[in-house]
Design a binder for this molecule. Structure first.
Ligand code: FAD
Ligand code: FES
Length: 281
């Protein structure tokens, strides 16, 4: 039996600064020669490690349909994330994964989708959106509306994806910033306020399921808007970010009620979360 704590030595292929302030980077990792890339579901995460420094969990930011490389978008907040920011192409990083459950793609099939994200929490929603837009999958879903927000234009991630999505006629993209600068011509306001505005677009938003990931305040104020839109708690899926250690249901660090976020989550329906302790009851 393979050791679940043994990381795969991945190779850094690319490291790109996403935000103007340099606080968020996306690294692209390739599997070592002779190791087949693993399959995964958008929304799953992996533990990334640097020898002698430590290990931390990160959502997989690339679509399983895109390439053999895995993207991770990393906000620099402490020890491990700082070291990950310094990695150069050709260097090695350990990976354990895929971990957790991901978005319920089968259950979402055939529904209109409202994808709502903010901050680096948007990373797995980027993975999901690119998965859903893939020609092999697009027919499985109804209307797709993505509402994405950042505090200011300099903090917007994935500019190439945003340009691509904005040019498509098979989805609706709404990008908003809390505070505009002189060059910003798009929407200004919070994510919940943007969802409030787009909810009038009934033809696109037949909206029978919503996927939400972002800062807790964004989620807290978005949930009543979704309820207003007629979405039942069973149709709203949230991705949680608890502090974790093992990532495989052994250490108990990520427990909420009787559930371990690393194995039962990180994606939960709001209905399920309402049965657990925590802020989304
Ligand atoms: C399932 C999951 C997916 C995640 N996906 C991403 C992602 O895609 N991109 C990303 O940048 N981060 C993500 N995170 C958060 C990331 O794991 C933490 O930022 C990271 O562990 C910090 O490690 P560090 O050693 O740099 O910070 P530390 O030196 O350990 O801590 C620095 C600061 O960050 C706080 N912190 C540490 N871990 C967390 C956490 N899990 N949640 C909130 N605050 C924390 C600490 O309390 C401290 O204030 C995810 C977390 C989980 C559980
Ligand atoms: S992180 Fe160890 S049980 Fe979840």
């Amino acid at each position: 039996m393979s050791n679940p704590y043994a990381p795969i030595p991945m190779r850094v292929e690319k490291s790109v600064t996403e935000t103007e302030d340099g606080s968020i980077r996306t690294i692209s990792l390739s599997f070592p020669d002779g190791t087949a890339p693993f399959g995964f579901v958008p929304g799953q995460f992996a533990e990334l490690s640097i020898l002698g420094v430590g290990e931390a969990p990160f959502g997989i930011a690339s679509s399983p349909m895109s390439s053999d490389m895995l993207d991770f978008t990393i906000a620099r907040v402490g020890t491990v994330t700082t070291e990950l920011h310094f990695l150069e192409p050709g260097e090695s990083v350990g990976l354990r994964g895929p971990l957790g459950n991901g978005y319920p793609v089968e259950e979402l099939s055939g529904r209109d989708l409202l994808v709502i994200g903010g901050g680096f929490g948007f990373s797995t929603l980027r993975a999901f959106t690119n998965y859903a837009l893939h020609p092999g999958n697009r027919g499985n879903f109804g209307g797709i509306t993505v509402v994405y927000g950042a505090r200011n234009p300099g903090l917007l991630l994935y500019r190439d994806d945003l340009c691509d999505w904005a040019s498509r006629d098979d989805m609706n993209l709404v990008v908003t910033v809390d505070r505009a600068d002189e060059e910003w011509t798009g929407m200004t306001g919070t994510v919940p306020a943007a969802v409030e505005k787009v909810k009038g677009v009934k033809s696109v938003l037949g909206g029978r399921a919503a996927l939400v990931c972002g800062p807790p305040a964004m989620i807290r104020y978005t949930l009543p808007v979704l309820a207003d839109l007629g979405l039942a708690p069973a149709d709203v899926f949230l991705s949680l970010e608890m502090k974790m250690k093992c990532g495989i249901g052994k250490c108990g660090r990520c427990g909420i009620g009787g559930s371990y976020v690393c194995t039962d989550g990180p994606v939960y329906s709001l209905e399920r979360l309402r049965g657990l302790p925590g802020e989304f009851r």
